[in-house]
Design a protein around this ligand. Sequence first.
Ligand SMILES: Cc1cc2nc3c(=O)[nH]c(=O)nc-3n(C[C@H](O)[C@H](O)[C@H](O)COP(=O)(O)OP(=O)(O)OC[C@H]3O[C@@H](n4cnc5c(N)ncnc54)[C@H](O)[C@@H]3O)c2cc1C
Length: 394
Amino acid sequence: MWRPRAELKGAYDVVVVGGGAHGLATAYELTKLGITNVAVLEKSYIGSGAAGRNTTILRSNYRTPEGARFYDASLKLYEQLAGELDFNLLFSQNGHLTLAHSDRSVFVMRERAEVNQLLGIDSRFIGPDEVRALAPAMQVHPDATYPIIGALYHPPGGIIRHDAVVWGYARAADAYGVHMHQQTEVTAIDVTDGQVTGVQTNRGLIGAPIVVNCTAGWSTLITDMAGVQTPIQTFPLQAAVTEPVRPFLDTVVVSGTLHVYVSQTDRGELVFGASVDPFASYSMRGSLDFVEGLAGHVLELMPPLHKMRLLRQWSGLCDMTPDYSPIMGPTPVKGFYVDVGWGTYGFKAGPVSGEAMAECIATQRTPEIISAFGLQRFTDGELVGEKGAAAVGH
Ligand SMILES: Cc1cc2nc3c(=O)[nH]c(=O)nc-3n(C[C@H](O)[C@H](O)[C@H](O)COP(=O)(O)OP(=O)(O)OC[C@H]3O[C@@H](n4cnc5c(N)ncnc54)[C@H](O)[C@@H]3O)c2cc1C
């Protein structure tokens, strides 16, 4: 679908580090703005990072106006993306439920619904009867250990085929002239007098006046190379999938209280996830502890699943910021840009991030839609707190 090994040139106008959804979307969007002398450098294979390991939930019902507006722009781009990339992305917009198990969570869900509605986002609080109608397999019973009092319902939310998104972007970027170099690891970033001049790789030196860090879970290793500090820590995030069964669950179901979420794929498998592992690490190994906890919590919600078998579990890396919002835009090093801090929630932001980063690079101005996500906010104390809306329901 794309040239497996384009010629590695000695210099490019823009070098994008990281061949995940964000790096590829940025490269593709740059070509739409006329910047085509672009290389994407990927140390492994395209989509080998979190872009190919996530649980594919797309939604825009965030807590802050800055976040909700941003993710909603991405959701709208995703709605058109299969047509734009001419690639079937299997986007199922069957709705997203965030369960409320306590009075406090009802309050928080109502507040989120109001923020969303003010921005024109389809999101509302619903009672237990409507929850039961949307997800009949769920135990919506007042005597349950964690009774479901209601939910934040977000009809345009859903799931997509993640690797198709990656492949679609890669094919389109390649068609417009982007060079994608797999097995090409950035080992150092050259900076002279505060200006980026290029990157060193396992395949040699590549000159570039602009370098974009799109490496998600590895992002602090790259920012360190440029001498830029970010308040990011990397944590593993695990997920698991069952054997396929007949379709019975249309919506994505998330319980922050139980630290679990579940969706059913087009093939009938149930995909489960949770919050990040409780320790910082670059390990991508699954743990028995995770599956035990997950199974217990899933059965609280859906007891009839007790006979289902897990097929496999896996893990990916998440670059967590203190406020659960990304860090995007220029840095104190001229020509060195970051598109990082994607934590457990960044897959849904690929399209809008690609557009915004490309515009930022092409115009040398930060687009309004990402102006709240600059690195400077941690110095200015202007955080965009999304923990309540992003910690479990990715
Ligand atoms: C289990 C799991 C479930 C998730 N679920 C969701 C979800 O449902 N919805 C959602 O929106 N988000 C979800 N996320 C988060 C989401 O996947 C990430 O935030 C997002 O994919 C990160 O952006 P990316 O795709 O560009 O990064 P990645 O795909 O991680 O790309 C970074 C790339 O950089 C490469 N790289 C690293 N270092 C170097 C180097 N030195 N030189 C060259 N290349 C390098 C890596 O190999 C990697 O391919 C989930 C994450 C995980 C792990």
